[in-house]
Design a protein around this ligand. Structure first.
Ligand SMILES: Cc1cc2nc3c(=O)[nH]c(=O)nc-3n(C[C@H](O)[C@H](O)[C@H](O)COP(=O)(O)OP(=O)(O)OC[C@H]3O[C@@H](n4cnc5c(N)ncnc54)[C@H](O)[C@@H]3O)c2cc1C
Length: 302
């Protein structure tokens, strides 16, 4: 083990991607510090789906089990804290946390996820992950054959609708403003009996996150069992950019096939660097990151 504040690798973010990286590194006898602020993006969803061996399990149960297995390796330390500052040093990186501690490492991994930005619609955030859902693969089956809204517009709405159409034949697109579909898209939506409602939405009426009605500005309402919505996002942490990591046009941390960022010694994995958002992908990219970070540490001295 390294000394108290000096590690081979610091991993910022200790959810699925971060824990997966830590396992590969811990098993490679690398000293690892995971700094985690405890806010995974799926924390409000009651059941996680579409990941074999854990289908239908509560997200926190998957994480707790992963954490228990990773922390069995005494090379790995877990700290509940928020990383707020990072800088390059002669031999690597220095990370400072909200509680005022500073830690040093040779390599740095960002497994920080993304922050979903909730729209200004009353009740939306309370339903997020429960009955207002972002992904047909994660939750679509559970809402199959039910009365479904797609709160979106244009290309995105058309894409999600085409997928959800296979799960239910009761779909209404809620554009909350003027619909932005091409003539060809409108014809296809019409062919599949998909309704479009342009009225502005002010509220999602719900009971403990389970949607009852969508309320419009003119006070009319429509009942739904589920509403799909894709919301904008931002990076959780500004440390990657402060250290010089480039972002993609969409706002993800730019990585190569081995999860290396554009700054030597810094890796990124999970939601912060891909639009392929899933527990399975976060774990897979975390595993690649752990082994590639270990390889870089090896190459530095061997
Ligand atoms: C509502 C919802 C439901 C979902 N349901 C499913 C599902 O059913 N099946 C599925 O496969 N996928 C699902 N997903 C997607 C899945 O949850 C994500 O792909 C996965 O959580 C990504 O893992 P991650 O480790 O990259 O990020 P996250 O799980 O979001 O974790 C990021 C971690 O980094 C920490 N962090 C961030 N910044 C800092 C910092 N500066 N210092 C310290 N810690 C920091 C956060 O607190 C958090 O713990 C869902 C997503 C959402 C939003």
């Amino acid at each position: 083990m390294a000394d108290k504040n000096n590690f081979d690798v610091i991993i910022i973010g200790g959810s699925y991607a971060g824990l997966s990286s830590a396992m590969a590194l811990g098993r490679s006898m690398r000293s690892v510090l995971i700094i985690d602020s405890g806010l995974p993006c799926n924390r409000q969803t009651p059941h996680s789906h579409n990941f074999i061996t854990q289908d239908g399990v509560k997200p926190s149960e998957i994480e707790d089990k992963a954490k228990t297995q990773v922390l069995k390796y005494d090379t790995v330390r877990f700290l509940n804290d928020l990383a707020i500052n990072g800088k390059q040093t002669e031999s690597g990186f220095a990370i400072t946390t909200k509680t005022g501690e500073t830690f040093l490492s040779k390599k740095l991994i960002f497994a920080t996820g993304i922050k979903d930005i909730m729209p200004d619609i009353k009740g939306f955030s309370e339903c997020w992950g429960i009955s207002v859902i972002h992904c047909p693969y994660c939750h679509g089956y559970e809402f199959r054959n039910q009365k479904t809204g797609i709160l979106s517009n244009g290309e995105k709405a058309f894409h999600v609708t085409s997928l959800v159409n296979n799960l239910t034949d009761n779909i209404t697109i809620l554009t909350s403003g003027k619909a932005e579909f091409s003539a060809e898209q409108t014809a296809k939506l019409d062919k599949h009996n998909i309704r479009i409602v342009e009225k502005e939405i002010t509220e999602i009426e719900h009971e403990k996150g389970q949607i009852r009605n969508v309320i419009f500005k003119d006070s009319s309402k429509m009942s739904f069992d589920a509403v799909y919505s894709s919301v904008p996002f931002e990076q959780h942490s500004d440390i990657p950019v402060a250290l010089g990591c480039e972002l993609t046009e969409q706002g993800y941390i730019k990585v190569d096939n081995f999860q290396k960022t554009t700054v030597k010694g810094i890796f990124a994995c999970g939601d912060n660097s891909t639009m392929m958002r899933s527990v399975a992908y976060a774990i897979a990219s975390g595993g690649i990151t752990g082994s590639m970070t270990n390889k870089e540490l090896t190459d530095d001295v061997f």
